[in-house]
Structures are given as structure tokens and as C-alpha cells.
Design a protein around this ligand. Structure first.
Ligand code: DWN
Length: 412
């Protein structure tokens, strides 16, 4: 089976004018946490590097790893962080404000994971349906009372859903659009499934934040595309959608929430136009912008390695805080292994007793921090720094210090 395919056209506009930048080397799949007995087995590594499309501006990976390899048994759950649940509650509240939900409403969530978001829609008495390819997460959602179909969403499966559940008033897709290779099939499916007058709400990490805040470690095999509004507008307008509302969010280091409806206006809204112009000013519509970004990441690598070497030379003990997918990219590309981090602590029970992909750093429950009392915690889940630092108040009280690696190295 071909585990990865090389990309040579833009997945939105099919252009071949692709500018190659930021080669992060060969890396394992980012959520491929390993059991002890798997450490001796051969681990799959795949090239991790980016293209910038000179025609429409989409940033995408040069290789697409087989979804079956990445999403069959999935270790990431959004409900592991309070900030995520607050965000979902806010999304559902806003959606209900735009489309008064009732018992006859149907809300469909694409990439529904453990059903966290749909629970908030259910609270408005709407009918809900989750769609996710990960059987292990669908089982959790179904047990929590969220009906879930185990499948990938696309133009074909949309027909199946319409037959079994009817059309949707609201379709949501949070942190999943970037994972989808065939975006045209996704949009065709949404166009079919969405009732007239319905809304499609998506949320994804925003390229403007990723580049401005050096968030290179959010570039990994699960995320096939990295969106700015310029290419996104080209995609959705091709299917008769317009952006009715655009909001920048703090989550995942900086995301954007876009509410779409079938086109009514002749022009794009002022907010969207402002953001597209801001993207251009920040260099997101030119290859040079990404060349400069790559240089900043290599500098960051030198800074963090030097800071950690300095601490290790002083005999200090350092551990990782949070075992996110992005942490596996950072430790792999910056070549930080068990010679530097004794272990990682994480709040996700699914990850306890496992080892990080690539560097094979052992993962323990967070309670280990006070039991073991290391000197420093390198916050690999830097997008939750505030929540993590607040949670480990006692560690700080006994003299523990925190290292935040992104957007630049800070020790607090
Ligand atoms: O698109 C995706 C992004 C949005 O989320 C998914 N494909 C995969 C996932 O990436 P991630 O693993 O980098 O996500 P998080 O949510 O940044 O991961 C946070 C990790 O940190 C989790 O394993 C939970 C852990 N954590 C912790 O140990 N203590 C989180 C908090 C808040 C804590 O206090």
C-alpha cells in the first residue's frame, strides 16, 4: 500500500506553480504515540515540507500521508482542554443566534471526534449527528449520547447522510478541513447536505497567526493545508458560498471561525476584505514571506537548543509539559530527545504509558511532576500555556520553572 503520495498541483486551483519552503525533514505521523513493545518495530517516517501556490496562495504539504494510517485510531481529544470546551460552547451559542435551533433542526459535525461540540448543540434540543473516521472516538461519542457515523465526509457519503438523516440546518467542521485532501469533494458534499438558508461554520488555525508567531510545529502530516482567506475565498465562492461572518480566535495559537451561507451579496464583507489585505501586508501572498518565515524557524532552533544545553550543562533536569502532536514535530525537528527531556507529562489518559513518536520520550500523568520535582518544564502544548502554568502552581511554588518555546524562547 502506498503510504504517502507526492503532491505536484495545488489542491484548490490545480496550478503547478508551487514554491517549496521549510523542509522539516522526515518525521513520524504526529499522533503516532507508541506502546513500549512497539519501540523496537520499524517506525514510518515521511517527508514534512511545504509548498506555497503562486497562483491562489494556498500553503500545503509536499506529501500526503494515507489517512488510514493517521485517523483510524486517534489519540487527540479536544475535551482535554477547558479552553476548547469554552470555544465549542461559544460556537454553538453563536450558531443558535443565527439559526434558531429547535427539535426539528439537524446539526451535523464533520470530524466530530468525541462529540464535544455536538453536546452543546444538543443542549439547544437540536438533533445532532457526528461524522468521524476514528472508531475509537466514535465509540466515546455514541456512549455519551451523540449519534456518530464512522466515515470520512465527502460528496458520496453526503448522499448517504441525506438518505438516513435528511438535510442539515447547520454543518460544522472544526480543526478538520486542514486534514482533508479533496477539498472540492468536501464542498460539494456540504453544498448537497446543507438546507437552503442553512449555515456552514468552520474553524481552523489561521496562517496569519502561524507565520507571525513562528508556529512551525503546527505543520505536520495531519494538516495537509494551511489556510489564509485568499485561497479559501477562491474555494468556497466556486461553490456559491460567501463568508457571512469571520472571527479570529485565540485557540490553537490563533484560529479563524468562518460562517458561510449561500451567496446573497455581490461583494465580500469589510471584515473579510480587511483580513485579506492584512495577509498581503504580512507577506502571505508572496513566496518571500515564507522564505523569511523559514529563516526565523532555523534561528529559533538554535536559540532553544542553546537554552536547553545551558540548563543541562548546569545539571538541571527538564521535562515536557503536554504531549501534543505539535510537540512531536518540535522535538523531532529540533532534535530534542531523552538526553534533554527525562519524560513528558500529559492530561490525556489515552497517552499515559506511551512514548512520543520519533524521539520515544515516555509520557506520564501530570501528577508525576510533584512526585518527581524536576527543575524545568518545557511547555510543548504552548497554546495552553496559561492553563498549564495555572494548573502547576504548586510546581512553581517549589521552585519549578517553565520554558515556553513559541513564538520565541522564554523562561518564566
Ligand atoms: O488539528 C489538530 C489540532 C487542532 O489538535 C489535531 N489534528 C491534533 C491536535 O493537535 P495537538 O495534539 O497539538 O492538540 P492540542 O489540543 O494542542 O494538544 C494539547 C495536549 O496537551 C493534549 O495532549 C492535552 C495536553 N494538555 C495537558 O497535558 N495539560 C493540555 C492541557 C490544557 C493541560 O493542562
Amino acid at each position: 500500500m502506498n503510504l504517502a503520495k507526492k503532491i505536484n498541483v495545488c489542491r484548490i486551483c490545480k496550478s503547478k506553480k508551487l514554491y517549496h519552503f521549510l523542509d522539516l525533514g522526515k518525521q513520524p505521523i504526529p499522533n503516532g504515540f507508541l506502546k513500549k513493545e512497539q519501540l523496537i518495530l520499524k517506525e514510518n517516517f515521511f517527508k514534512l515540507a511545504c509548498f506555497f501556490c503562486r497562483s491562489c496562495g494556498l500553503v500545503q504539504l509536499t506529501h500526503v500521508v494515507s489517512p488510514a494510517l493517521m485517523f483510524k485510531n486517534y489519540a487527540y481529544i479536544p475535551s482535554g482542554a477547558k479552553m476548547m470546551l469554552n470555544n465549542f460552547s461559544n460556537l454553538a451559542y453563536q450558531a443558535n443566534h443565527q439559526i434558531k435551533l429547535s427539535k426539528s433542526s439537524l446539526c451535523v459535525d464533520i470530524g466530530s471526534n468525541d462529540g464535544s461540540l455536538l453536546k452543546f448543540f444538543k443542549a439547544f434540543e437540536a438533533k445532532v449527528l457526528g461524522i468521524d473516521p476514528a472508531q475509537n472516538l466514535a465509540d466515546v461519542a455514541i456512549k455519551a449520547g451523540i449519534p456518530t457515523e464512522v466515515m470520512m465526509f465527502n460528496e458520496k457519503t453526503a448522499d448517504r447522510i441525506i438518505k438516513s438523516h435528511g438535510k442539515a440546518d447547520i454543518i460544522t467542521a472544526t480543526n478538520v478541513v486542514a486534514h482533508i485532501d479533496n477539498l472540492h469533494s468536501l464542498l460539494k458534499g456540504i453544498l448537497k447536505l446543507l438546507k437552503n438558508g442553512g449555515i456552514f461554520i468552520t474553524e481552523f488555525p489561521y496562517l496569519l497567526d502561524l507565520v507571525a508567531k513562528n508556529q512551525f510545529d503546527t505543520i505536520y502530516h495531519e494538516h495537509l493545508s494551511y489556510f489564509s482567506l485568499k485561497p479559501w475565498l477562491k474555494l468556497i465562492s466556486g461553490y456559491g458560498f460567501e463568508i457571512a461572518a469571520a472571527q479570529r480566535l485565540q485557540i490553537h495559537g490563533g484560529s479563524i471561525r468562518l460562517t458561510h451561507r449561500r451567496r446573497r451579496l455581490k461583494h465580500i464583507s469589510r471584515v473579510v476584505k480587511y483580513l485579506v489585505d492584512l495577509e498581503a501586508r504580512q507577506g502571505l501572498h508572496s513566496a518571500q514571506g515564507f522564505e523569511d518565515f523559514s529563516k526565523r524557524i532555523f534561528n529559533l532552533k538554535d536559540q532553544l537548543r542553546a537554552a536547553l544545553k545551558n540548563l543541562k550543562d548546569q545539571g538541571k533536569r527538564v521535562v515536557g509539559l503536554g504531549a501534543p502532536a505539535k510537540g512531536n514535530v518540535l522535538t523531532s525537528f529540533f532534535n530534542i530527545g531523552v538526553e534533554t527531556l527525562d519524560y513528558i507529562v500529559d492530561s490525556t489518559p489515552l497517552k499515559h504509558g506511551l512514548f512520543s513518536p520519533g524521539k520515544h520520550i515516555p509520557i506520564f500523568p501530570e501528577s508525576r511532576l510533584l512526585e518527581d520535582r524536576p527543575d524545568y518544564g518545557l511547555i510543548l502544548a504552548w497554546n495552553f500555556s496559561d492553563e498549564i502554568i495555572k494548573k502547576h502552581e504548586k510546581f512553581k511554588k517549589i521552585g519549578g520553572k517553565f520554558i515556553i518555546p513559541i513564538p520565541e524562547v522564554r523562561i518564566i
